[in-house]
Ligand binder design. Sequence first.
Ligand SMILES: [Zn+2]
Length: 458
Amino acid sequence: MVAEPQDAQKRKLDEEGGSDAKRAAAGGAAPMEVDSAMVMRNEDFSPQLLRIYYDRLFPFLQMFRWLSYRNDPKSSSAAVQKDFFLRREFTFVLQGDIYCRYQCFKDAEEYKAKVMAQQPVRMEIGAVYTHPPKHHNTVIKDAYKPVERELVFDIDMDDYDEIRTCCTGATLCPKCWTFMKAAIQILRRALTEDFGFQHLLFVYSGRRGVHCWVSDTVARKLNNEQRSAVAEYLTMVSSGAGKSRADLRMNGCEELHPAVQGAYDICKKWFRDDANGILASQDILRKGPHLANILEPMSIAEKETISKYVETHPQANSLEIWTQLEKVADERTQSAVTFKQKAEAKMMLKDVVIQYTCPRLDINVSKQMNHLLKSPFVVHPKTGRVCVPIDPDHVNDFNPLEVPTVGRLIEELNKSGDIRETSLRPYTHFFEVNFLQKLEKATAEEMRSTAGVDFTDF
Ligand SMILES: [Zn+2]
């Protein structure tokens, strides 16, 4: 989404130099990949920088427009719930991990004023309640309830550690980011095609994950049971040591369920075909227990074919070994006679592709309407990077290591003096044009059709 300016390239080199120096000092060898996302310079984040960021760059008005869904507190229309935004819970996390829950604001001005006054290191967004959250303990018990909330998903690189070979722990590189690209596209396909949702916002979590906010009215009104059902439907794989195959059931059908087939088609691209694909970049068939696990349920003859190939081709990479596995699967398909044999042959490697590529969702985040999730556009205090939106149509253009830090943004602002000329601009522009305007248009149409309100002059 953003072209890398010269300055950013220089910065990256600086960061790389810094990380290598650190490793050399620790006596470690320089690794193949650069974990510069985790190496933060002093000028990437500080309370002073954050203050300027909130004052000049944080898109309070756009965030208010999103989270108020055209319920403008200044409107005189009967269809508008004037206190809608005021009933939304925000949580401020202050320096020292002090959580201040039940924050709420009547409009964009008050939202900004309170953030400026308290300078939260992080902000989280919760549900819209029956009453303004600041009154949560003054209303009759049980009367204070969440009434709506975006359907949210959280995907974190931590959950990929069993199949990630390039980095461990907090580190991240373009190779393992492939898991997130696949997750975004698989999730988007299911949410739009299987559920018909249209207003999806994918956001970089600031370190090594992605959040998804589904903002359609129907999604916001789902109760906890329905949220659980959606999240479970979308959970096609469970992680676990030694697990190399997704549990796909054919239920007596000869073909895969269309939703599974849809996911598989995307998985295959990111697993095998992409230049930075999982096979090529993680080299999983040459590392760890994966090949042995994949071979385990296969016949003795099939196992021998692959073992012999690996022995006689010690230089073969994972892609080449995979090609051999595909040949074995083809042979099995051709020799299959019974319905069961045919069905098994069809599934033989698809369950592996799905297991290694499908998103690992942190399902607990999605299940509860009142679960808090980090707000888009806040700054991750450990990396200094802004939690910017990701364009799901151009996942290859997004590199988490190039996401601007608050330090870089303020430096750019100091140079140009123009808030429209920082590298945050492409992200706020995307948020405005590809998400917010479409959402506002749809919301206006819904209001018009349900209450006969005309929003043309709105
Ligand atoms: Zn990596």
